[in-house]
Design a binder for this molecule. Structure first.
Ligand SMILES: [Zn+2]
Length: 152
């Protein structure tokens, strides 16, 4: 009986942990405007796109992690970054379940929008013309949607 109880407790803790790991961050537009710069707000909350070759992480190859600029969730690792020549930071994979995918019909053909799974912030798009040696995927991300932290 005792071991059954503790197993149940362990199971309950695991459930609570996995729920809290996916807890959404929901804010009003006014609240996001207070936190984000106007340019960040335009990309993250209004699905805008920064000008090609203008972003600070386009030609940037330090070792570390890229976090969501809105909510601080780790999204991409420098290990997955590559130079696509597109003018935007490009990755061949994302971290955990932290990136979500939506169909985007705004550009004629249906393309895949990528979002932060925690705050639903717009990050960019995913294309299937990435490095064939790894995933074949190209996560094309706005620098404005990211905050880089160097690995220790
Ligand atoms: Zn986020």
């Amino acid at each position: 009986m005792k071991s059954k109880l503790s197993l149940f407790t362990l199971f309950a803790i695991l459930c609570i942990n996995s729920i809290s790991a996916q807890t959404k961050i929901i804010k009003t537009d006014a609240e996001w405007k207070k936190i984000l710069s106007p340019a960040e707000y335009q990309v993250l909350r209004k699905a805008g796109t920064e000008r090609a070759f203008s972003g600070k992480y386009d030609h940037f190859y330090e070792k570390g992690t890229y976090y969501c600029a809105a909510c601080g969730t780790p999204l991409f690792s420098s290990k997955n970054k590559f130079d696509s020549g597109s003018g935007w930071p490009s990755f061949d994979n994302h971290i955990g379940n932290n990136v979500g995918f939506n169909e985007d019909h705004r550009f004629g053909d249906t393309i895949t929008e990528i979002i932060c799974n925690i705050c639903d912030g717009h990050l960019g798009h995913m294309f299937m013309d990435g490095p064939k040696k790894t995933t074949g995927k190209r996560y094309c991300v706005n620098s404005l949607a990211l905050k880089f932290k160097k690995s220790q």
